[in-house]
Design a protein around this ligand. Structure first.
Ligand code: PMP
Length: 355
């Protein structure tokens, strides 16, 4: 008889990925855009949805979406792979290039899903530590690459949750030193001063991963993509499930690119708010790190991070509690919201911590 066998022993030990979704007035915990997409885009999506042949499978090659993304970035369509959120793109990379007997390098603290997906796919996690100020430690980079010979090396630029981006010099040096594929996760790429997209080349083992969840104000849609060598895209297509990208999402993602100017306006306003919130935090008893993303990491100096998180929540403000994460003792991460939300956050934090 069929029995409830135990799950894989490595899965049994896993913690899963948690980010509490609590009903609050001011939600600043998951780095989404605080602004909805343009109303004209919503109308265009509605029209496109009405024209879909719902009894037919979607275009398996996502031809129009990939062509539009290729035009946006000045690459070819066969250099673009799209998935259900950049998380699925990352999973697909691991399915093709990771797995048992292989390892993936990452430098902590960084985005927790990189190591989580590595474990799910049975890929060894090769971890290096960052400097105290969370910049990359080159000795650690070379140690991890030499010792583990990873098939995948992750850079996250700007890095979640610490906020800084990697310089072009650093990315080029990692590409030179890495024995395998270098993945530059640019989920927050539009907030940074430069993009590794300019380094993508068919002959270079490097890919850039991007998402619609943040700057494009489309977190609900779950759409992300990768730009990289055509041979990598071909490999990813082999392991992705057939028709994994539905027709509604393909249309929505393609139409979003018609509203690029609006996206850039949203980014500019968040960057301005980043300066204002960073300046306000500088007046409070907290340690902060410079951010080139749409969030800021901070650590209350004379108060327990978890307690500060709870007291913000009592005031209906939700930030990300990183206080128990490795290397981030007592730290919280605040996503930049609308000016009113950011002011509510600063006022509440000032009330809790005093000046
Ligand atoms: N990469 C990084 C660095 C992220 O912070 C996130 C979102 N938290 C993602 C990827 C995943 O984004 P999505 O799956 O929504 O595209």
């Amino acid at each position: 008889m069929a029995s409830l066998v135990p799950v894989r022993s490595d899965v049994a030990l896993m913690d899963g990925y948690h980010s509490p979704q609590v009903a609050v007035d001011v939600r600043l915990n998951t780095n989404e855009s605080p602004y909805p997409p343009p109303a004209a885009w919503v109308d265009a999506v509605r029209d496109a949805v009405a024209a879909i042949d719902f009894h037919r499978y979607p275009d398996r090659d996502a031809t129009e979406l990939r062509a539009a993304l290729a035009a946006l970035h000045g690459v070819r369509s066969d250099q673009v792979f799209a998935g259900n959120g950049s998380n699925e793109v990352l999973l697909t990379l691991f399915l093709a290039y990771g797995g048992p007997g292989r390892s993936a390098a990452m430098f902590e603290p960084t985005y927790a899903l990189h190591s989580h997906i590595a474990r799910i796919t049975g890929t060894e996690v090769a971890t290096g530590e960052r400097h105290e100020d969370f910049t990359l430690d080159w000795d650690e980079v070379t140690r991890v690459l030499d010792q583990h010979q990873p098939t995948i090396t992750f850079l996250c630029s700007p890095n979640n949750p610490t906020g800084r981006s990697e310089s072009k010099k650093t990315v080029e040096a990692v590409i030179d030193a890495a024995p395998g594929l270098v993945v530059v996760d640019e989920a927050y790429g539009q907030f940074a001063p430069w993009s590794a997209l300019e380094l993508v080349d068919d002959d270079r083992g490097m890919v850039v991963v991007r998402t619609y969840s943040k700057t494009w104000s489309m977190a609900a849609f779950r759409l992300g993509y990768l730009v990289g060598p055509a041979s990598v895209v071909e490999a990813l297509e082999k392991v992705a499930l057939p028709y994994h990208l539905d027709a509604v999402k393909q249309a929505a993602g393609r139409l979003a690119l018609d509203y690029r100017a609006e996206m850039e306006t949203r980014v500019a306003s968040l960057v301005e708010e980043r300066g204002r919130v960073a300046a306000a935090l500088a007046d409070l008893p907290v340690e902060t790190w410079p951010s080139e993303a749409n969030f800021i990491l901070f650590r209350p100096r004379n108060a327990d991070g978890r307690q500060v998180w709870e007291r913000l929540l009592e005031r209906s403000i939700l930030v990300r509690d990183c206080s128990s994460w490795p290397r981030l003792d007592g730290c919280l991460r605040v996503t930049l919201g609308t000016p009113a939300e950011n002011t509510a956050f600063i006022d509440a934090l000032t009330g809790i911590l005093g000046r």
